[in-house]
Design a protein around this ligand. Structure first.
Ligand SMILES: N[C@@H](CCC(=O)N[C@@H](CS)C(=O)NCC(=O)O)C(=O)O
Length: 212
């Protein structure tokens, strides 16, 4: 059955891997699953046809036959659960990999999003300059224990898993801030993720949309 995901017709980052369809493309590439992409404009995302797929009018969505999903965590978990390679075979390893997916989305991503919002949406506010260092420190407070846990390992819990895919996807949005480079082992971890052939294929596909 054909898998169809949605992505930005015109991504704000020019298709450089920051829009969240990237993590779904990456998971599909890791799983060796072919997929098609339906591009949507910002206007179309808020129209009834797309809202029926995604109640919050966002991308990405995932359709496969009569199954329609939104939320990248749920989509990546669905993909990972059906193919070998993204989740360990043993039940405990699998549960730990899923825990890292939730940690990426619930613990690491929120302060990173807060930082992006502070820079993009609040820079003209009179209190912005005073608030920004506080927001940056909240990111560092999450990265320090993550770096401590990773130590000098390649991946968070043994072999590469959907937990690493999600963590790398979340962390790479930090690169432009310079904060990632304050944690060299995390910067190297992200680079390891980006070097994976499946990531490279997904990146090229996303870039091609915006280059056209
Ligand atoms: N929690 C959602 C977030 C989805 C999300 O924020 N998507 C962004 C693109 S990266 C979007 O559609 N932004 C446009 C908008 O919200 O209008 C997920 O992980 O899927």
């Amino acid at each position: 059955m054909t898998i169809v995901i949605t992505a930005f017709e015109r991504s704000p980052d020019g298709g450089k891997g920051l829009a969240r369809d990237m993590r779904v493309r990456w998971a599909l590439e890791e799983a060796g699953q072919p997929y098609e992409v339906r591009l949507v404009s910002f206007r179309a995302m808020k129209q009834p046809a797309h809202l029926a797929l995604h109640p919050f009018g966002q991308i990405p969505t995932y359709e496969e036959g009569d199954l329609a999903l939104f939320e990248t965590g749920a989509i990546v978990l669905h993909i990972a659960g059906r193919q070998a390679g993204l989740l360990p075979g043993d039940a405990h390893g699998r549960a730990r990999a899923i825990t890292w997916m939730f940690a990426a989305l619930n613990t690491i991503e929120p302060p990173i999003l807060e930082l992006a919002n502070a820079k993009l949406l609040e820079s003209d506010k009179p209190w912005s300059a005073a608030r920004l260092p506080l927001v940056e420190d909240r990111v560092r407070e999450r990265l320090a224990p993550l770096a401590a846990r990773l130590g000098d390992a390649d991946w968070l819990d043994g072999a590469f898993s959907a937990g690493d895919l999600m963590m790398v996807s979340v962390l790479l949005r930090l690169r432009a801030s310079g904060i990632l480079d304050e944690f060299p082992t995390l910067a190297a971890y992200v680079a390891r993720g980006e070097a994976r052939p499946a990531y490279q294929r997904a990146f090229a596909a996303q870039l091609a949309v915006n280059a056209g």
